[in-house]
Structure formats: structure tokens, C-alpha cells
Design a protein around this ligand. Structure first.
Ligand code: SAM
Ligand code: SF4
Ligand code: SF4
Length: 327
């Protein structure tokens, strides 16, 4: 199944909560996500069974990977049960993106439930910088312990770091150093203009080219080409690889094969919004799997999204928050 621009549907990202135990400055700034913030009501959030049912329908339409995200997915009770349900869907690989805060205690049970791999978001290995970035004073050592625990539980781990100028860019070389020889590929993500609450400015973006240059100056790099959203590089000395996700400076909409479901069951065909398609309503009103497949097919085949490529001319438009749509 292809969209209007010839792109297949291959990956599904499901956000299972809009809540989080962090308040990363570039994602859920405290002043906008404080005690008075209206998070989704429990009854409006898909149950784990409803989420798995939708994922199974997506699998019949060609999806091969489902990635669980949020908010912070590990704050959702019984997330391991969802992993179990998803892992039972034939032909589907189950991945998870997490801030790692609860990973040390959850890794083993997630692995046993059938999780295939995990991405841990970690923007600095400097404790003071990390505590300031997550803005809840969470120590970096506990995330590093989570990465170790996941690895010990047999899960392949990638580390994702968003770089924001003046906030953590002075630590990007230290991050690279920490994960050289670790077996964990490190992906640097350009700071994106997601949502409307983070006060994004182009000046705050550290470009992928600059990141590669700064790391490559110390440890020569060799390009490995693009894989998915990342441009990959290997260290010439064999220490492993890094990647850069250059959504701002070198957008990759032409290869974008991802659908997203928010925690309340709205389907989005682009990270930057556009119309959400309500799947929860029909699901709860008794739609069959065929009905649901039809709705998804209609949304995907009509898809023309290429926000990142058209950003300069398109200007600003209402956009869902990262913590809502799941990154
Ligand atoms: N809480 C989990 C986590 O942090 O991994 C999952 C959800 S989070 C929204 C998914 C990813 O989006 C994280 O890697 C996070 O760093 C990234 N992210 C959030 N806001 C971003 C922004 N403005 N630009 C680039 N990446 C962002
Ligand atoms: Fe939470 Fe992830 Fe957003 Fe940070 S990036 S505030 S951990 S949802
Ligand atoms: Fe895909 Fe939208 Fe990102 Fe382009 S801007 S890569 S279409 S999610």
C-alpha cells in the first residue's frame, strides 16, 4: 500500500500516554506542562488491548515494526502486557523508545515479554547538564544503569541525543566518547520545531553537518549511507558507529514510511500534524478489522505530507506536541 507520493507504510509508532516523569526543556517545558496542564483522561486513552488490535490491523497493511512511545511509555502500568500482545502479532517487530528512567527495573520483564530492541534518549553524560535538561533533577547514572540492564537482558540498545545549542552541544563529544566501543550506536537528533510550546528557534539547532564535523575531527568517520531516518557513519578505528537525524537541515520526507497513533487513538500521517483521523471512535462503536483497515487505507493512500521539506514555504501551522504524538 502506497501513499499519494508513492511511499509505503512500514512502521507504526504508538504513543501510549501523554504523561512523563521528565520535563525535558525542548519537549515538555515545565511552565507549559505544570500541575494545571490538562493531560488526556484515562477513559480517552486506548486500552492496551485496543492498541494491540489496531497494531494487528496495521500489520495486515504492511507494517513490520511497531514502536511504543509516549510521553514516557514506561510510566504506563503493565506496559509489558502490551509488549506481549504486540509480540504475538505475526511478522511484527516490537521496539520501544524511552527516557530510560525506569529501564533498570523494567528491562528484564520487557525482554521476556518479547521486546525486540530499545532506543534510550540521553542528551548528555554530564550529570549537571542532564539534570537541567530533564528539569526534574534526574541523575544520569540511573539512565546509564538502565542501558546496561537492557543490554544485559539481551536487548539491542541505541542511544538518541537531541542537541540544543547552548544547552548540551558542549557535551556532544563526551557523549560520543562514552558510547565508542560500547556496542550501542549513538544517534544525534537535530532539535526540531515540533509542537508549539518549546519556543523553537532555528539558531538553537546544531546541524548534523556540524555534529559530524565535531566528532569526526577527533575520531575520523566514514559514511555508511542512510538507514531509515539516520545518516550513518562508522569510526575508522572500529569503535562502532554514530548517526545523525537531520530532520531540519536535510529532510527525508521522500522516504518517510511511518504512521503514528496518539494515546487517544488518533492516526497521524506526519509528526507535524495535519488532520488526525479518529480510530478510537469507530473501534469503540464496533467497527470490524476490515472497517478499520479501510479507514487506515483511506488515510494513507490520500497522504501528501512532506512538512520538513516544505517548511520554509509553508510557515507555521498547528502542530501536535511531541509528548502527545510520540516523536
Ligand atoms: N519519553 C520517551 C523518550 O524521551 O525517549 C519517548 C517519547 S519522546 C517525545 C521521543 C523522542 O523525541 C525522544 O528521543 C526525544 O528526545 C525526542 N524529542 C522530543 N522533542 C524533540 C524536539 N523538539 N526535537 C527533536 N527531538 C525531540
Ligand atoms: Fe518526556 Fe521524552 Fe519528552 Fe523528555 S523527550 S519530556 S522524556 S516525552
Ligand atoms: Fe515524515 Fe512528516 Fe517528518 Fe516529513 S515531516 S519525514 S512526512 S513525519
Amino acid at each position: 500500500m502506497q501513499d499519494a507520493l508513492g511511499r509505503p507504510l512500514e512502521t507504526l509508532r504508538v504513543s501510549i500516554t501523554d504523561r512523563c516523569n521528565f520535563r525535558c526543556v525542548y519537549c515538555m517545558p515545565k511552565e507549559r506542562f505544570g500541575a494545571d496542564h490538562a493531560f488526556l483522561e484515562r477513559r480517552d486513552i486506548l486500552t492496551l488491548e485496543e492498541t494491540a488490535r489496531l497494531a494487528a490491523v496495521f500489520a495486515t497493511l504492511g507494517v513490520r515494526t511497531v514502536r511504543i512511545t509516549g510521553g514516557e511509555p514506561l510510566v504506563r502500568r503493565n506496559v509489558e502486557h502490551l509488549v506481549e500482545l504486540l509480540a504475538a502479532i505475526p511478522g511484527l517487530e516490537v521496539a520501544l523508545t524511552t527516557n530510560g528512567a525506569l529501564l533498570a527495573q523494567k528491562a528484564e520483564v520487557l525482554s521476556r515479554a518479547g521486546l525486540g530492541r530499545v532506543n534510550v534518549s540521553l542528551d548528555s553524560v554530564d550529570d549537571a547538564t542532564f539534570r537541567a535538561l530533564n528539569d526534574v533533577d534526574f541523575p544520569v547514572a540511573r539512565v546509564l544503569a538502565g542501558i546496561e540492564a537492557a543490554s544485559a537482558a539481551g536487548l539491542p540498545v541505541k542511544v538518541n541525543a537531541v542537541v540544543k545549542r547552548g544547552v548540551n552541544d558542549d557535551g556532544l563529544v563526551a557523549l560520543a566518547a562514552r558510547f565508542r566501543w560500547s556496542g550501542h550506536p549513538l544517534r544525534f537528533i537535530e532539535y526540531m520545531d515540533a509542537g508549539t510550546t518549546n519556543g523553537w528557534r532555528l539558531e538553537d539547532v546544531v546541524t548534523a553537518a556540524e555534529i559530524v564535523q565535531r566528532v569526526g575531527e577527533l575520531w575520523p568517520l566514514e559514511p555508511l549511507g542512510r538507514s531509515g531516518t539516520a545518516l550513518r557513519f562508522r569510526y575508522r578505528d572500529g569503535a562502532g558507529e554514530i548517526g545523525v537525524i537531520s530532520s531540519v537541515t536535510q529532510p527525508f520526507c521522500g522516504g518517510c514510511s511511518r504512521a503514528r497513533i496518539s494515546a487517544e487513538g488518533h492516526l497521524y500521517t506526519c509528526l507535524f500534524g495535519g488532520p488526525g483521523h479518529d480510530l478510537r471512535g469507530p473501534l469503540r462503536a464496533g467497527a470490524t478489522d476490515d472497517d478499520l483497515a479501510g479507514l487506515i487505507r483511506d488515510a494513507w493512500t490520500a497522504r501528501t505530507d512532506r512538512y520538513s521539506e516544505s517548511r520554509p514555504s509553508e510557515g507555521r501551522r498547528p502542530k501536535p506536541e511531541m509528548s502527545y504524538i510520540g516523536g
